[in-house]
Design a protein around this ligand. Structure first.
Ligand SMILES: [Zn+2]
Length: 163
């Protein structure tokens, strides 16, 4: 979402799935590769036991908490890091991610609190019933269950959203 790890004072970590997701998006993926090659961003796989623990926790929290595979990996990596004595902060505006992080006593922050000024410029929409969602807390349309798609939000709409 435009977070530049080079601008952070701390070591940053990510999971291989994020690199995969960003492959098609030139801006963020370029930044990710620069940060990664400069050694500031460490790409790491979480342990299997942490992945299981995160999935179990999300299930206990109920139906409203739907994590993607990438979200699960990110939280599991944070869990691993905390067990190495680090104090990771998960950067996510996703409600489900924040919920699970809190339940596991992991720190989290939204992008806004890190001073990210770039406007959120994607909108999620349902290709079947055409409802629009400002964020995708789930991968499927909450109304009809179709997998959500996303498209760039035009400037006018972005301005309205910013209020
Ligand atoms: Zn729908």
């Amino acid at each position: 979402m435009g977070l530049d790890p080079l601008g952070l004072e701390f070591d940053s970590y990510s999971v291989p799935e994020v690199t995969e997701e960003l492959r098609q998006q030139t801006g963020p993926s370029y930044r990710l590769s620069v940060s990664s090659s400069s050694g500031k961003l460490k790409i790491q796989n979480p342990s299997k036991s942490s992945l299981t623990e995160v999935s179990d926790k999300a299930r206990v929290l109920g139906d409203k908490v739907v994590l993607s595979g990438t979200d699960t990996s990110i939280i599991a990596l944070a869990l691993d890091l905390s067990r190495e004595g680090k104090r990771p902060i998960i950067v996510s505006d996703d409600y489900a991610v924040q919920n699970v992080a809190e339940a596991l006593n992991l720190g989290y922050q939204s992008l806004a609190t890190l001073g990210i000024r770039e406007k959120f410029n994607w909108v999620f929409y349902c290709p079947a019933c055409f409802r629009r969602y400002p964020t995708a807390d789930t991968q499927d349309c909450p109304v009809c269950g179709t997998k959500l798609k996303r498209k760039p939000l035009d400037k006018q709409a972005a301005k309205q959203r910013a209020g």
